[in-house]
Write a protein that binds this ligand. Structure first.
Ligand code: CP
Length: 307
């Protein structure tokens, strides 16, 4: 039995296989319509979600399976004080696979010690969001046809943005990827991303505070929301909330081949006018999330001997 706690739990060849499977699902969905007949996915969301939870649920339904779970810790026995360990131990008696989101970093790692079925980290605090990264990788592959030789700009709240942390861990494993980390000084990536991820990988990176100056260099611009819920004070959030707003004027010097991504939800960081730009791919990215999660469910159930 295997779990997915972070993107680095998967080898590069396993990621390639997952992307191939997702691509086949996109092209030949009917082949997979009954592959999970009789199987159950539990979605344990202790923190709010639209895309991740609903795309997991949609994914399981499209595979012929069933879904159970909760979307609010307040409607589960967590509100009575039940531990994550006990909750997961129980739910693993009722489902074949579990997707779990929790505000505490490391909560899914606690869960794997108790579960009887595969656990998928659907986001843990400001730490990691590996299924978003698989979504991002599928999107990059479909847009660029490669992961190598790309200049990737990551912009916004790089400190608390878990999607950024997981994406850097994934992309620094490919050849000649350059990272342009665009954020206010106070919201730069955590130190461990520099010392334990970027430096050992040998990937080139720069940390800058201005988006316009680096725009012409970028192959991908990955915008992120300022993570209001993770700030210690509202005052601190308000100081940064509109730090970067991507609008058509800021794209004037960008490459024609630029791919604009965002894990969503957005607040103010991309104006709606940009949605009409052919380089904006964030809604396709959200759709890709369903296909890659279908591929992930199939793969983990196969690895666990359940399919
Ligand atoms: N990208 C993402 O995780 O969105 P949700 O918070 O809506 O699931």
């Amino acid at each position: 039995m295997r779990h997915l706690l972070d993107t680095t739990d998967l080898s590069l060849s396993e990621i390639d296989e997952m992307i191939s499977l997702a691509t086949d699902i996109i092209e030949n969905g009917e082949k997979y319509a009954h592959i999970c007949d009789g199987k159950k996915l539990a979605t344990l969301f202790f923190e709010p979600s639209t895309r991740t939870r609903l795309s997991f649920e949609s994914a399981m339904y499209e595979l012929g399976g069933h879904v159970l779970g909760f979307s609010d810790a307040g409607s589960s026995s967590a509100s009575k004080g039940e531990s994550v360990s006990d909750t997961v131990r129980m739910v693993s008696c009722y489902a074949d696979i579990i997707a779990m989101r929790h505000p505490l970093e490391g909560a899914p790692r606690v869960a794997v010690n108790k579960t009887l079925v595969p656990i998928i980290n659907a986001g843990d605090g400001g730490h990691a969001h590996p299924t978003q990264t698989l979504t991002d990788l599928l999107t990059i592959y479909r847009e660029k046809g490669t992961f190598d030789n790309l200049t990737l700009g990551l912009c916004g709240d790089l400190k608390f943005g878990r999607t950024v942390h997981s994406l850097i861990k994934a992309m620094c494993r490919y050849k000649n990827v350059r990272f342009v980390l665009i954020s206010p000084k106070e919201l730069q990536v955590p130190d461990y991303i520099i010392t334990d991820v970027l430096e050992p990988s040998g990937a080139k990176y720069v940390q800058v505070e201005n988006m316009e100056a680096v725009m012409p260099d970028l192959d991908i611009l990955y915008m992120t929301r300022i993570q209001r819920e993770r700030f210690f004070s509202e005052e601190e959030y308000l100081k940064h909330k509109d730090a970067f707003i991507l609008d058509p004027a800021k794209l004037e010097n960008a490459k024609e081949s630029l791919t604009i991504m965002h894990p969503l939800p957005r607040v103010n960081e991309i104006t709606v006018e940009v949605d009409e730009d052919k380089r904006a791919k964030y809604f396709e990215q959200a759709l890709n999330g369903k296909y890659i999660r279908m591929a992930l469910i199939i793969t983990l159930l196969k690895w666990g001997g359940q399919l």
